[in-house]
Design a protein around this ligand. Sequence first.
Ligand code: SF4
Length: 377
Amino acid sequence: MKCGETPVTRRQSRRLMVGDVPIGDGAPVSVQSMTNTETTDVTATVAQIGRLVDAGADIVRVSVPSMDAAEAFGQIRKQARVPLVADIHFDYKIALRVAELGVDCLRINPGNIGREERVRAVVSAARDRGIPIRIGVNAGSLEKDLQQKYGEPTPDALVESALRHIEILAKLDFKNFKVSVKASDVFMAVEAYRKLAKLIEQPLHLGITEAGGFRSGAVKSAIGIGMLLAEGIGDTIRVSLAADPVEEVRVGWDILKALRLRHKGINLIACPTCSRQEFDVIGTVNALEQRLEDIKEPLDVAVIGCCVNGPGEAKAAHLGITGGVRSLLYIGGEAVRKLSNDRLVDELEQVIREEIHKRSGQDTAIPAKVIPIKQTG
Ligand code: SF4
C-alpha cells in the first residue's frame, strides 16, 4: 500500500514550538511559505495567509521591514489562524515590537543585530515569551570576511556563518532556535545541511533559496529538500518559488507525500497515456485535481488508461480505475463495478468523496522513527 509508513529514519532533534506547531523530535515535517503582499496592507496579507492555510501551510512567514510593518503585523496576528514568523533583518526594535504583539517565531540573525545589549534585549524578549528564533544563513548574504576566507560561498562557509550566530545564542544560554543554511545551488545547500546536522541538536529548516520559477524551482527544491529529508535531515521546509506562494505550499506537500513523511489529500497515480488509453486520462486527472482540492484526508487514487498497467496500479491504490470500453472501478483492491467513460469525472468524484466519508477521522501524521545525533560540538 503506497499510503504506508515512511522508510525514512529521522534525525533526532530538540523540540520547539512555533505557536501550536511542534518542530523537531519526530514531529511531522511542517510546511511553510511566505507572504509576498505589502505587510502594511493588512487586508491583502491576511487574505493571502488564508489562501496559504487552505493550501496546507502549517506556518506562514511575513516580512517586517519597518515599524509601520510591525504595527500591521500586530493586526495580522490577531486575524490569522496559523502561527506567524516575523522576518526581520538588523533592526532589533522591530523584533522587540513584534514580540510584544504576539509573534510565534522570530527569523533574525543574532550576528546582524549589532551591539551586545541589543542582542540581549531580543533574546530576553524571546525567552520571556517562549518565542523561538530561526537563524537563517543564506549563500547570497554571507559575511564579507567569510567570503574572503573561502573565496566564494561554500558549504563550510555557510556552516561557519551559522555557528557564529549559534555561538551568540549559546553564550546567552538560549537553545530555543532552529537553523537554515540555504543556497540556490542544490549540492551546496545539501552539503551544508548535512554538516550542520552533525554539529547541533536543534531542528533544521530546509530550503533551496532563490530556486527559480515554478517548474525549475519545484524541481530543484524537490531534489535538494528531498535528498535531505530522505536522509532523515530536516524538520520544517519552505519551497522558494518565483510564483504564487500557494504553489510553494503545494510543492512542499508533494515532496512530503512522495517521501511518505506526511499524507494529505488525494495522491493521484496516473499513467503517462499512450494510444491505448480508453478515456482521456490527462483531462480526467486535471479535472479531479481541481475538483478535489478541498480534501484533506489522504487517499491514493489510480487513474490508468488501459488494462496494460491498470489492474496492478488500481488494486494497489485505495481506489482506482482501469480504462476499458467501460472503465473498471477498484476499491480496496477489489473490482467493484464499471463506470461510464462519458461521465467518468463526475462518477469518480462521487465515489472518491464517498470513500473519504467512510474513512473520515484518520490521523494524517505518520509516526516517525528517530535516531540520536552525534554531538561533536
Ligand atoms: Fe498506455 Fe495503458 Fe500504459 Fe496508460 S497504462 S500509458 S494507456 S499502455
